[in-house]
Write a protein that binds this ligand. Structure first.
Ligand SMILES: [Fe+2]
Ligand SMILES: [Fe+2]
Length: 175
């Protein structure tokens, strides 16, 4: 049985590296939530209301659930997030893909969000691999967030038009 304890690890774990990863993922959540909310306000055209609703819902989950879970883990490790918001943006691992100029290019906004989700999934998989074994508390957190971000990616994908799906496939080839 693994011990579910705050800041002791049951094996060898580079604590500084763990903290760095957690802070970077914490920043990703805030950045994504900002752009999701921005997108919800910006997009125009048919279906934009329904799509804006999904973006708002996901923005809330990034903050209320994900950023919150990571913040709690950081607190258990006696780590404070940056006081300065600019610094928070700087440590974000994913930042955010460029948004389209045209507010009617809803596919373009969705594609940017899908790329952000793919980056988040990679980040949590990396975290999972890093803590697998020595830190079961963070391992569970990573597992849950991989599940949520995968659902986000799928929900966003399902909103793409047929052309949008083709566009996404082309853009992902470039990554
Ligand atoms: Fe998230
Ligand atoms: Fe997400």
């Amino acid at each position: 049985m693994s011990r579910h304890i705050g800041h002791e690890f049951s094996g060898n774990l580079d604590r500084d590296k763990l903290v760095k990863k957690l802070l970077s993922l914490f920043a990703d959540e805030w950045v994504a939530a900002y752009y999701y909310m921005y997108t919800a306000m910006a997009i125009k055209g048919p279906n934009s209301e329904e799509i804006a609703e999904l973006f708002m819902r996901e923005a809330k989950e990034e903050i209320n659930k994900h950023a919150n879970m990571i913040a709690q883990r950081l607190q258990e490790l006696d780590v404070e997030p940056p006081k300065n918001f600019k610094e928070l943006y700087d440590i974000s691992g994913c930042k955010y893909p460029e948004l389209p100029e045209d507010p009617y290019d809803i596919d373009g906004f969705i594609i940017a969000a899908i790329k952000a989700e793919i980056c988040a999934i990679k980040g949590y998989k990396d975290l999972y691999d890093f803590v697998h074994g020595p830190d079961p508390v963070t391992e569970e957190l990573a597992e849950e967030l991989i599940k949520d971000e995968t659902r986000h990616r799928t929900e966003l994908y399902n909103l793409l038009s047929r052309d949008g799906v083709k566009r996404l496939e082309k853009e992902l080839e470039k990554i």
